[in-house]
Design a protein around this ligand. Structure first.
Ligand code: GUN
Length: 298
């Protein structure tokens, strides 16, 4: 009788630490050669606690590897025009190599208008239409950090993707949509046959059960159950949710996947926390280093 293989955990925390160490070494070399350290700026509008946590994590991570980091905190009721002026200022500040505008933005501000205003050469989030277009055309560009981080995990774990059926749950501009494009590209990882499932998909579970690689970015806590996953599938969990718990903190962090149950069937799985999350910051820092080196734009 064949013995069932044990699931392998994809350690995003470890890989992210490796990437940050690689960048740190490169920055130390730059400084030794009298080249200015890369500078990442972040714009945050309002007091959304999750956004504040993300931005302060990015800032700390940048400092730890020797980058310069600055944060522009704007009031929730700032006008769109004022925000656009701040972006213009950062576009023209020669000391700033790359910057991000933390999302979500308040309802009275158009996300599209704001992203359009960012100089594509400084768009280290990879959200500007020029960068999204270049990515879709397989041209070198900044790629949205979460999907780029997932590609890096698949690469560093040598997970075979060619010819596999990859099912992406979710079609957001930041994760689902770029993820589906990257996985379908003539690259390694990539070369997969991709299905995108979303809120209007009929028989979603049928698609999910046929997935060799299941990428879950649906934004619902523990949505993906064991009976929706094929035996031996690779399961990547993008979700981060707080669930009430009877512990000191009063909550625990879970993903879009019912980890305990799904881990019994998967060949590889990303934990939450410690899977995809840490990779997002590592890739943002990598993009900022690319910006400082003018890898994609002169
Ligand atoms: N909000 C959630 N994720 C992100 C991200 O990667 N970048 C920005 N700017 N905002 C976000």
């Amino acid at each position: 009788m064949s013995k069932k293989k044990r699931v392998k955990f994809i350690d995003g925390k470890k890989i992210a630490a490796e990437i940050k160490e690689e960048i740190k070494t490169e920055i130390a070399n730059m400084i030794d050669n009298d080249i200015k350290a890369p500078h990442l700026a972040a714009v945050i509008v309002g007091e959304d606690p999750a956004s504040q946590t993300y931005v302060s994590s990015k800032e700390k991570a940048a400092h730890r590897i020797g980058m310069i980091s600055s944060v522009y905190k704007l009031k929730a009721d700032i006008s769109e025009d004022e925000l656009l002026k701040t972006i213009d200022f950062l576009n023209n500040d020669e000391d700033v190599d790359g910057f991000i505008v933390q999302l979500p933005l308040p309802d009275h501000i158009s996300v599209d208008t704001v992203i359009d205003k960012i100089d594509p050469a400084k768009d280290v989030d990879g959200f500007h239409p020029v960068n999204v277009g270049k990515m879709a055309l397989s041209q070198a560009s900044y790629v949205s950090a979460t999907p780029a981080g997932i590609m890096e995990l698949l690469k560093r774990y040598n997970i075979e993707t060619e010819g596999k059926h990859c099912v992406v749950l979710g079609r957001s501009n930041i994760v689902g949509s770029p993820m589906s494009i990257l996985m379908s590209k003539k690259t390694n990882p990539g070369n997969a046959t991709v299905t995108v499932c979303h809120s209007r998909t009929k028989n979603m579970e049928e698609y999910m059960r046929s997935a060799d690689i299941l990428i879950c970015a649906i934004g619902q806590p523990q949505f993906v159950k064991a009976d929706m996953v094929k035996e031996g599938a690779v399961v990547i969990d993008v979700g981060i949710h707080r669930l009430k718990a009877d512990n000191e903190k009063g909550y625990r962090i879970v993903g879009d996947v019912d980890f305990e149950e799904v881990a019994k069937k998967a060949s590889y799985i990303t934990p939450v926390p410690g899977g995809v999350g840490p990779m997002t910051i590592a890739i943002l820092l990598k993009n900022t280093l690319s910006a400082a080196k003018k890898e994609f734009y002169q």
